[in-house]
Design a protein around this ligand. Structure first.
Ligand code: SF4
Length: 131
């Protein structure tokens, strides 16, 4: 029985407190209700495979403008910290990844990731599910 497959040890694995940002232009239009992200979390599909266990703490949109993403994460960080559920990992949804790669979303992921990780001490991951 190794560290990861002993049943009693599964119960002791720390949850990764995660939040998801989704593309405001896509959510509930071409992707409904975050259903793919919820399925991805349940199946540890795509970028969710990086976690042993995931606890979704919050889910909100990017702000509909690249300039609003940073202040929205600031508010997100403040409210979750105040509630005692501090975010460890922030996923940019697959919708945001596709928006950047194929729909001319102007977010510069690398610089935003560096700024968010430096300011809020979180791990920022590009993508969620792979459906
Ligand atoms: S295209 Fe980019 S900035 Fe615009 S809503 Fe989608 S993720 Fe946000």
């Amino acid at each position: 029985m190794d560290q990861y497959h002993g049943s009693f040890l599964w119960a002791e694995m720390p949850m990764s407190k995660a939040a998801i940002l989704y593309c405001k232009s896509v959510k509930d239009h071409s992707c409904i209700a975050g259903a793919k992200c919820y399925k991805g979390m349940a199946e540890k599909n795509g970028e969710f495979a990086q976690h042993e266990e995931i606890e979704l703490v919050a889910m909100t949109d990017c702000g509909d403008c690249p300039g609003l993403t940073f202040p929205r994460v600031k508010l997100l960080s403040e409210i979750t910290t105040n509630l005692g559920r501090e975010i460890e990992t922030l996923h940019f949804g697959t919708c945001m990844k596709l928006a950047m790669e194929t729909a001319e979303c102007p977010i510069d992921f690398d610089s935003l990731k560096a700024a968010l990780e430096s300011k809020f001490g979180i791990n920022v991951i590009l993508g969620t599910h792979s459906y």
